[in-house]
Design a protein around this ligand. Structure first.
Ligand code: UD1
Ligand code: CA
Length: 476
């Protein structure tokens, strides 16, 4: 059961000292989203009445990074009293006085707890009819976590933080995952009596279960079987590990949806990306942000797509592309660089060592080799010869190049913008096109070739070239 009568409090006020970073810990990204963004996304799926994020360290930066994407979240400022207990207390104080439901507490640094896990956790709490329920896990290495101390009957007795634990307590392998459900009245009643007399001088939220037990109330524990859902990020080694686990989960989800992913360990897919069935992803490929890939496309190897749209059956190999649209059955790569605003039409081609930017390239048009196409509109059926370049920038302004349908340019054509090539026009090899070319015309700007016979033997006597020329003359 979720929804009404549920408030979610996400703790994100801590400094994250162990990250040793300018960036607040909870804003470090994995899978294209800040750590706390994953927690907020999951919270959004539970349909809570209130979602509060507690902030303090670099609060403006944290709020600025989240406010637009999570408009329903309410940001609550923690004061100078440190600790997770204080963080929850300020958030509870900000709930309407008449709210009398359950409070799900989550940590901004634990992004792997998915909505299904949290739904079962809430169900377990309600089934147990407890005042509070802890999520716990039994792990091989409990270092750094609070330990769950059970009483003689096997019930939860209290939580001990690592820094306050005796040797016996530290040896306990059941850890506090840092996710809890409390009846709101419990928090209102007990948080005011949580002190700071501990190794870290902080108000520990983890003192609440012990206080409840002293009063004879029941505290339930829900032991998760998949311990990875409890993994938190405190340092950069854990950031990489949690990022890897999340990526594995995303890759697996798409595999089960019908995407062939050859090498899950070198394929990185952001949470916002979408892949259709029968897409094939080759090794060492990064599919980032809101990229969408249509059916049958083949992506990679060695490809990075950021916010791109790839059409059905397109082939994109060894390519770096951002904010680009690649049409159906188009081919891109190898070694292509597609910058923002590139739109390649169906069956088009952007080939080896080609850079494009803010360029619309029409259906079936080809830019096969060694080109730069920027600020351009290219029609259909166009072929830009090897090394055709748009000279779009005059040091002051950018100018557009327009190439109409069925134009073919010769190798090494320089299109000095603003310039327009009319339908069906052609350019000679090496042409520098500074004026518009009318439809159907051939533009040539290179002077006719002149051969000065005997020049090498006369002016470069004694060189290998002169000797070769002399031999060739004798042989004739
Ligand atoms: C906490 C728990 C520990 C548990 C672990 C699980 C406490 C005292 N300890 O330890 O039992 O095993 O999580 O991951 O709760 N935060 C605030 N305000 C603060 C301090 C922290 O909002 O004053 C936030 C942090 O930004 C973070 C979360 O609370 O998102 C947890 O804080 P952290 O310092 O990482 O606690 P742990 O030492 O991991
Ligand atoms: Ca933590």
């Amino acid at each position: 059961m979720t929804g009404n009568n549920l408030a979610i409090i996400i703790l994100a006020a801590g400094q994250g000292t162990r990250m040793r970073s300018r960036l607040p810990k909870v804003l470090h990204p994995i899978a294209g989203r800040p750590l706390v963004g994953h927690v907020l996304t999951t919270a959004g799926r539970l349909g809570a009445e209130h979602v509060e994020v507690v902030v303090r360290h670099e609060r403006d930066q944290v709020v600025a990074a989240l406010a637009a994407d999570y408009p329903d979240a309410i940001f609550i400022d923690q004061d100078e009293v440190p600790g997770t207990g204080r963080a929850v207390q300020v958030a509870v104080d900000a709930l309407p006085a008449e709210f009398d439901g359950d409070v799900l507490v989550l940590s901004g640094d634990c992004p792997l707890a998915d909505a299904d896990t949290l739904r079962s956790f809430l169900d377990a709490h309600r089934d147990a009819d407890a005042e509070a329920t802890l999520m716990t896990a039994v792990v091989d290495d409990p270092t750094g976590y609070g330990r769950v101390i059970r009483d003689a009957d096997g019930g939860v007795d209290r939580i001990v933080e690592q820094k306050d634990a005796s040797a016996d307590e530290a040896a306990v392998s059941e850890i506090n995952a840092g996710m809890y459900v409390f009846r709101v009245g419990v928090l209102r009643k007990y948080l005011p009596s949580v002190g700071v007399a501990n190794a870290q001088g902080e108000m520990y939220l983890t003192d609440v279960p012990g206080l409840l037990r002293r009063d004879g109330s029941r505290v339930a524990a829900s032991v998760v079987s998949d311990v990875t859902v409890t993994f938190g990020v405190n340092d950069r080694a854990q950031l990489a590990e949690v990022g890897r686990l999340l990526n594995r989960r995303i890759v697996r989800r798409w595999q089960l949806e019908g995407v062939t992913i050859i090498d899950p360990t070198t394929t990185w897919i952001d949470d916002d990306a979408t892949l259709a069935p029968d897409v094939t992803v080759l090794p060492n490929t990064h599919i980032l942000r809101a990229t969408t890939i249509a059916e049958g496309a083949i992506i990679g190897p060695d490809t990075t797509l950021v916010d791109c749209e790839v059409g059905a059956d397109a082939i994109v190999r060894r390519t770096d592309a951002t904010l680009a649209v690649i049409g159906a059955e188009a081919t891109v790569g190898p070694f292509s660089f597609l910058r923002p605003g590139t739109v390649l039409g169906a069956r088009g081609k952007i080939g080896a060592y080609v850079e494009t930017k803010n360029a619309e390239i029409g259906e079936g048009s080809k830019v096969p080799h060694l080109s730069y196409v920027g600020d351009a509109t290219i029609g259909r059926g166009v072929n830009l010869g090897a090394s055709t370049i748009t000279a779009n920038y005059d040091d002051v302004n950018k100018h557009r190049t327009v190439v109409e349908d069925e134009v073919h340019t010769g190798s090494h054509t320089t299109l000095v913008a603003p310039v327009r090539l009319g339908a069906g026009a052609k350019t000679g090899a090496g042409a520098v096109v500074r004026k518009d070319v009318p439809a159907g015309s051939l533009a040539m700007s290179v002077a006719p070739q002149r051969n000065i016979e005997g020049w090498v033997e006369k002016n470069r006597a004694g060189t290998g070239a002169a000797d070769a020329a002399a031999r060739s003359r004798v042989a004739e």
